[in-house]
Design a protein around this ligand. Structure first.
Ligand SMILES: NC(=O)C1=CN([C@@H]2O[C@H](COP(=O)(O)OP(=O)(O)OC[C@H]3O[C@@H](n4cnc5c(N)ncnc54)[C@H](OP(=O)(O)O)[C@@H]3O)[C@@H](O)[C@H]2O)C=CC1
Ligand SMILES: O=C(CO)COP(=O)(O)O
Length: 320
């Protein structure tokens, strides 16, 4: 199957590089000048500096060119996915659309699969998620990801097609669990970064990861996910990676909150909007999500780090 990647940011470029080992890939950028520069210099200097784009990646801003492929990877931020798809609904119709974003849409409370289904009703949606930094993938380091597709047969085909020399894909039909693992771990990573930034120590981080994981499982169960999915790469795997590495933008954003230092607002930090979405859903559903709610308040400026610590430690004692 031929593959195009929509979105030429860090992750889209990294996936294109890995997939280029299997055959030609089209990488679509919405900005014509950026596409021209990448095509000419063979580098994404803004988001993936120092990594060469293989010769069989064609970078283009012409949407029609990208639509020649059968499989389209959607590597745009979660909060931009609906807009990105809406302008091309007709052209995307009938395609295999693989969401590569992690998050819950703030305005609707749904994940990427529902956004695809609502904007391109006759597309075949799937999700690629799991622990992976763009930089690692682009440099050819080994990575294991989850390919989630409700259609088991299509999921197997996509697993075969998108596995590369350094990307080992596992598959699941539980798209709900897979997308929630990837979305919620970003919220916990902000909390962990804030804890480390504020000097609360590694024990506090371990508590946040563990109790954060309990929240992730609770939320996923409410939405009908299979418990096992959260134990896999898309849940626990990505939670561990993102809460412990300064390569994570969510973690670094949290660090900046803890250190009370500014953070570049142009950086994609998916956990901020997702924390707002989760905290709203939790309130509506009466679900106990204290870490997510605290991260939502901390990242919006409603809470200081001291407020956040008090909010979490001052809760009534309970069974684990
Ligand atoms: N980076 C990573 O290590 C990983 C990222 N992901 C996920 O991948 C998704 C994308 O992240 P990442 O690539 O890192 O983000 P970046 O900020 O590096 O890139 C985002 C890309 O999306 C494009 N874009 C934004 N809005 C639109 C739109 N409306 N239409 C078309 N294109 C648009 C941007 O274009 P422009 O430059 O013109 O603004 C840019 O090319 C996120 O959900 C993230 O969680 C998943 C795993 C790893
Ligand atoms: O999703 C990721 C790792 O799996 C990337 O994390 P960040 O978006 O926090 O950089």
């Amino acid at each position: 199957m031929s593959v195009s990647v929509l979105g030429s940011g860090a992750f889209g470029s990294a996936l294109a590089i890995s997939l280029a080992g299997q055959g030609p890939v089209t990488l679509w950028a919405r900005d014509a000048e950026q596409a021209r520069q990448m095509q000419q210099t063979r580098e994404n200097s803004g988001r993936l500096p120092g990594v060469t784009l293989p010769a069989n990646i064609s970078v283009t801003a012409e949407f029609e060119h990208a639509m020649q492929a059968e499989v389209i990877l959607l590597a745009v931020p979660m909060q931009k996915l609906r807009d990105a798809l809406s302008v091309h609904t007709e052209r995307l119709s009938g395609k295999m659309l693989v969401a590569c974003c992690k998050g819950i849409e703030m305005t609707s409370g749904v994940g990427p699969i529902a956004v695809i289904t609502q904007t391109v009703p006759d597309a075949h949606p799937a999700l690629l998620t799991g622990p992976s930094f763009a930089d690692d993938i682009a440099r050819g380091l080994p990575t294991a990801l989850t390919l989630a597709c409700a259609d088991a047969t299509l999921g197997e085909d996509l697993q075969q097609e998108l596995t590369t020399a350094n990307l080992r894909l596992y598959r699941t039909t539980d798209t709900v669990g897979a997308e929630l693992g990837g979305a919620l771990k970003n919220v916990m990573a902000i909390g962990c970064g804030a804890a480390i930034g504020a000097g609360l120590g590694d024990s506090a981080r371990a508590a946040l990861i563990t109790r954060g994981f309990a929240e992730m499982q609770r939320f996923a169960a409410l939405r009908g996910a299979q418990p096992d999915t959260l134990m896999g790469l898309s849940g626990l795997g990505d939670l561990v990676l993102t809460c412990t590495s300064e390569l994570s933008r969510n973690y670094r954003f949290g660090l900046s909150l803890g250190l009370n230092k500014p953070f570049d607002s142009a950086t994609t930090v998916e956990g901020v909007a997702t924390a707002q979405a989760v905290s709203k859903i939790a309130a509506t559903e009466g679900l106990d999500m204290p870490i997510s709610t605290t991260v939502a308040k901390l990242s919006s400026g409603a809470y200081s780090v001291t407020d956040a610590i008090q909010a979490l430690l001052g809760r009534p004692l309970k069974e684990e």
